[in-house]
Write a protein that binds this ligand. Structure first.
Ligand code: AVJ
Length: 323
């Protein structure tokens, strides 16, 4: 624990993971080069993502917020009063404010990989909502997650909040495993409120990841800046280009960084050769039809209570419970 206010504390579980960049080097030296999307989220990356959520082309955030606004009372009834909400990948915690505003939630546990970002938003929330206990956890929830036992007291109703279609970052099998992990973490009667992006016309998806202002390109390229800083790598940002497209066959948007010439990048003792136009695959963003997602969730042990969507069915929000 590194910081305590009267109703706020931060538990840092990342400190113990000094090897967290080993997987970056491993995936960069594989035949097909890739980097896990979590490396997109250093402080600047988290700020850039917030800017993405405000873009005209990026419909998911504003659509999810509109779905939440419209069904807020019903959502709050599912969450229940005096309960705990645990949010995975909380980022700027904008959506949670809508829920905390109701005054019915007793404790809020945001989990995020970006420490400075988590500390700032936890502090602000604990000031704005003095009656709510805020326990921020700095952790990489894509690896194993050890939530402190006392937080998981089965006597208090818990809801995991996983908005923004972050589930889309996982491969299908991983998504199943992740949802199963959440179901196992919870107790009978607890719930999962999850936002999922829906399959739609490729043009809309394409534009959402290729905005005119180039913010998504900056967000993608910042990953290399992050690795230059954390690993002492020497990526030249002028020699890589953002490339994103919808892969209809696999139902996912893929984001890549394309090497614009043949070049060698060094990271510590490793020299990595890039052929001209070779890519680093930096993110998948899987899209699910509403029924596809409902099947995935029930396969992972959840019972579907309710699905909400917007009039154009651009985005979906699901409340699932644990038997
Ligand atoms: C935060 C993973 C849901 O996949 O749409 C936005 C990240 N990447 N633009 C998404 C992202 C490029 C976003 N998620």
């Amino acid at each position: 624990m590194i910081k305590t206010l009267s109703n706020m504390r931060i538990i840092d579980q990342l400190q113990e993971q000094n090897n967290r960049f080993d997987e970056a080097i491993e995936s960069l030296t594989a035949t097909k080069k890739s980097l896990q999307p979590k490396f997109l989220y250093d402080k600047y990356g988290s700020i850039l993502f917030e800017q993405i959520t405000q873009l005209e082309e990026y419909y998911p955030t504003r659509t999810e917020l509109s779905i939440m606004e419209r069904s807020l009372d019903e959502i709050l009834r599912y969450i229940g009063s005096g309960s705990t909400v645990i949010e995975f990948g909380s980022g700027a915690s904008r959506k949670i404010r809508m829920l905390l505003e109701s005054g019915t939630i007793h404790e809020y546990i945001p989990i995020d990989i970006s420490k400075s970002f988590l500390m700032e938003s936890s502090e602000q929330l604990s000031i704005d909502y003095p009656a709510i206990q805020v326990t921020g956890i700095v952790a990489d929830y894509t690896n194993e997650l050890n939530l402190p036992k006392e937080l998981m007291d089965a006597a208090k109703k818990k809801t995991v909040f996983f908005p923004g279609s972050t589930i889309g970052n996982f491969e299908k099998k991983e998504a199943h495993n992740f949802l199963s992990m959440i179901a196992a973490l919870l107790s009978s009667g607890d719930g999962l409120l999850i936002g999922v992006d829906v399959k739609k016309a490729p043009r809309i998806l394409h534009n959402a990841y290729n905005d005119k202002e180039g913010i998504t390109a900056k967000f993608n390229l910042n990953l290399l800046t992050h690795l230059n800083r954390e690993l002492g790598a020497d990526f030249n940002l002028n020699q890589f280009e953002h490339y994103a497209f919808y892969n209809a066959e696999l139902g996912r948007v893929e984001m890549h960084l394309v090497s614009m010439e043949e070049q060698v990048v060094t990271i510590g003792n490793e020299s990595i050769l890039f052929n001209n136009h070779e890519t680093i695959h930096t993110e998948n963003s899987y899209k699910y039809s509403i029924s596809e997602f409902q099947q995935l969730a029930s396969g992972a042990g959840f019972v579907l209570e309710k699905t909400w969507t917007d009039p154009k069915e651009l985005f979906s929000l699901h409340y699932l419970s644990v038997l």
